[in-house]
Write a protein that binds this ligand. Structure first.
Ligand code: ADP
Length: 479
């Protein structure tokens, strides 16, 4: 860490220290070494950012939509042009493997590109009220919006949450996670560089209970987007409710990955690994953390899965392994705790369960077999490279098990029977269903949870609904 590695808050187009003068340290999870010092935003800084946003909003909302779109396009290009530096920064701050971090940066650029094209296509309807009237709707921005972002896809989620907000004419105050603040600040700086007016995109790093809570409870914030755990999502929604601030929540999951004997088992094996181990070390809300496998193929499938899992490479993100470190000491301890719970519930894992002897927050991909769906390792989100395998006998039981959790974010099925796939898609409680693959769906596909996995939808055209409010105008034209 050098003296230059001190990141300020981004308020009103300027990099500034926190009002308190305080900073906090962000660490490289592959080495546990300090990476940078970051200004520690809190209530007074959120106040400044919201005030700057409020002033910017009046001008931004009346900026011609095509001009807003052009600025978003410029930002997309700037992010794409800076991909090497942003990728390296993300790898060091979050720990994820290089190629995954690169895909996240590309995804961020793609969000700005996608929503740039939508900025001038947000319009309402005319409604055939009755003869003698003209009635129409206008989709207006909310105003100052707050984005509370987690640490698992830091740069990607900056794009996912702020791009639709800005395209629709809102201004944004983004609060990145304290573990991974750097890439959000870099995106904010690029926005200033490409010509976004000051105050349209503010970035306030800081701790959840300080900066996050101040943002969620701010009376002059008109919309909150939160991505993170269910427990924190509940707190955020309660804080926002005091001001009746609309909130959309993208929370956790315990998603079922269901494999039938008629599936292409080779594909199912590859995708199962990608779903829980090969993407951000399982630190993904849409991870396939419960494998429901049919009795007839259980032994052969799970044996081969264990072999392939044992072969996964594990190491610092800069080496581009299959599995990198977990993001922080806290997350490492949490996952270790669940590995111990798994041991007490079902015995030793069939693979993994230990941590390689090295610096950094590494945990080996771990599979528990013969898990009962009522166990804690089948019900609670672990958010790490830990898979629970559950056996089933028929379609009805598969659906029953798939739905028997508090979550409902995503679900996947592997089968070559088209009717079976559609029946599963119809009956499963999930906001997104994968058939014969896992995680497909880019910026264009709506994403969000059923049950305790959330409220509202991100991505695609649906996200624009979360960032606009509808005004109905009714005129009597025959007197
Ligand atoms: P995790 O528990 O996995 O670290 P969280 O859901 O707590 O994840 O964090 C997601 C985001 O929510 C982070 O930006 C964090 O700072 C923020 N956050 C945490 N606690 C609060 C809170 N009480 N109010 C608002 N934001 C919070």
């Amino acid at each position: 860490m050098s003296e230059t590695d001190v990141y300020g808050l981004l308020i009103d187009g300027e990099s500034v220290p926190a009002a308190s003068g305080k900073t906090f340290t962000t660490y490289d999870p592959a080495t546990e070494e300090p990476l940078a010092e970051v200004a520690r935003g809190a209530e007074a800084d959120i106040d400044r950012a919201v005030e700057s946003g409020r002033e910017a909003f009046e001008k931004w909302r009346t900026t011609p939509p095509e001009e807003r779109g052009r600025l978003l396009t410029r930002l997309a290009t700037a992010i794409q042009n800076d991909i090497d530096r942003l990728t390296e920064l993300e790898v060091r701050d979050n720990g994820k493997p290089l190629s995954q971090a690169r895909a996240d940066v590309e995804g961020c650029a793609r969000y700005f590109e996608y929503y740039a094209g939508i900025a001038d296509k947000i319009h309402g309807d005319t409604i055939p009220l009755t003869h003698g009237y003209t009635d129409y709707t206008i989709h207006e921005p909310l105003g100052v919006t707050g984005q509370i972002i987690p640490w698992n896809f830091p740069i990607n989620l900056v794009g996912r949450t702020t791009a639709p907000a800005l395209a629709a004419g809102n201004v944004a105050v983004a609060k990145p996670a304290e573990e991974t603040s750097l890439s959000a600040l870099e995106v904010g700086k690029l926005a200033v560089d490409v010509g976004f007016p000051s105050g349209v995109l503010n970035v306030i790093p800081g701790f959840g209970a300080e900066a996050g809570a101040a943002l969620a409870s701010h009376p002059d914030v008109n919309g909150i987007s939160f991505t993170g755990s269910v427990a924190t999502g509940r707190q955020v929604a309660k804080l926002a409710a005091d001001n009746v601030t609309p909130t959309h929540l993208e929370l956790g999951g315990k998603s079922p990955n269901v494999v039938f004997p008629d599936a292409d088992l080779d594909v199912a094996l590859d995708e199962t690994i990608k779903a829980i181990f090969g993407t951000n070390a399982g630190q993904v809300c849409s991870a396939g953390s419960r494998l429901l496998v049919h009795k007839e193929i259980h032994d052969v499938f799970v044996d081969e899965l264990a072999k392939r899992t044992a072969d996964l490479s594990i190491g610092p993100g800069s080496d581009d392994p299959n599995v990198g470190p977990l993001v922080s000491a806290d997350q490492y301890e949490k996952v270790q705790k669940y590995v111990n719970i798994g041991r007490s519930e079902v015995g030793d894992p069939i693979v993994g369960g230990d941590a390689p002897h090295r610096n950094g927050y590494f945990i080996r991909p771990t599979i528990f077999d013969n898990v009962d769906n009522g166990m804690r390792i089948a019900q609670e989100e672990i958010f790490g490279p830990v898979l629970s395998v559950i056996e089933f006998e028929n379609d009805d039981e598969a659906i029953e098990l798939a739905n028997d959790v508090d979550y409902g974010l995503v679900a996947g099925i592997f089968t070559t029977d088209v009717g079976r796939a559609h029946r599963f898609a119809r009956d499963v409680d999930a906001g997104q269903v994968y058939v014969n693959e896992w995680f497909a769906g880019g910026v264009e596909t709506p994403f969000g949870g059923y049950k305790q996995s959330g409220i509202g939808r991100e991505k695609g055209l649906e996200a624009i609904e979360s960032y606009t409010q509808v005004k109905n105008v009714c005129l009597k034209i025959d007197q």
